[in-house]
Design a protein around this ligand. Structure first.
Ligand code: GLP
Length: 241
């Protein structure tokens, strides 16, 4: 695991965008694993700017997002489908048919998850997987547990995640209680992993990810075992390291 310390959020975002665009430049038909949350917003807007200038070309890129809330339609403004279109897909020259997010509108969890696993597997897994990290060490929506998860599955969100994510909803009751998420094993199949983190609230989780025991109680800690994982985090997120 390599750790890159940045001065602040802006610096983290630009460096992350540099890594993503280098991947796209070196392999124009690459598979990107993408993440939602507020952390990647700066990197996404940097990529939009570079795409506008012709510096990075997404026309042959395929993407697979980590997760989606269960029970939201794709056009629900709180869905991760909507988030990705608003913040990246509708603003760069990507072919929407090549973008994928788990289907939260399918109430059949078993079918939605196995179909998503099949697609990610057939795509050959991501060349580069972008990850944020939850305050409790979750990646995607893989919450602290007694074992590491495998493929895409339906999860019950923890109270702390519901609380943390409620800032993006009008009321805490509106936050869906379940989500479909790629499993930890699937995440580990990516050929390169880029974790980004910013702010004091992430300091504990980042410390446990980088230096804690590899334990499913902190799902991100398994990334210590990945052979090509880079953490780009700002001073505040690395303040315990
Ligand atoms: C959500 C997402 C994660 C994300 C995490 C942190 O729960 N499922 O993929 O990493 O929140 O979000 P933020 O970047 O807003 O702190």
């Amino acid at each position: 695991m390599r750790i890159v310390r940045t001065t602040d959020y802006k610096d983290m975002s630009r460096k992350a965008a540099n890594v993503i665009s280098a991947q796209v430049i070196m392999k124009p038909d690459c598979v990107l694993g993408l993440a939602t949350g507020t952390t990647p917003l700066g990197a996404y807007s940097q990529l939009v700017e570079w795409c506008d200038k012709g510096d990075v070309d997404f026309s042959n890129v395929s993407t697979y997002n980590l997760d989606e809330y269960r029970g939201l339609t794709n056009d629900d403004p709180q869905s991760y489908h909507y988030f990705m279109r608003q913040n990246l897909f509708d603003k760069v020259n990507i072919d929407l048919a090549r973008t994928h997010v788990p289907d939260g509108s399918n109430p059949d969890a078993e079918a939605a998850c196995s179909e998503y696993d099949r697609m990610v597997r057939e795509a050959g897994y991501p060349d580069l997987q972008l990850l944020g990290i939850g305050n409790n060490g979750h990646i995607g929506f893989n919450e602290p547990d007694s074992c590491f998860s495998k493929g895409t599955h339906c999860v019950n969100l923890t109270e702390s995640t519901i609380k943390a994510n409620s800032r993006l909803f009008e009321r805490e009751e509106d936050v869906p209680r379940q989500a479909y998420t790629m499993g930890v094993q699937t995440i580990m199949y990516a050929r390169m992993i880029l974790v980004i983190a910013s702010g004091e609230a992430k300091a504990d989780a980042v410390y446990r990810m980088c230096y804690g025991p590899v334990d499913p109680d902190c799902p991100a800690s398994i990334l210590q075992l990945h052979t090509n994982c880079v953490v780009i985090a700002d001073e505040a997120a690395l303040s315990r390291c």
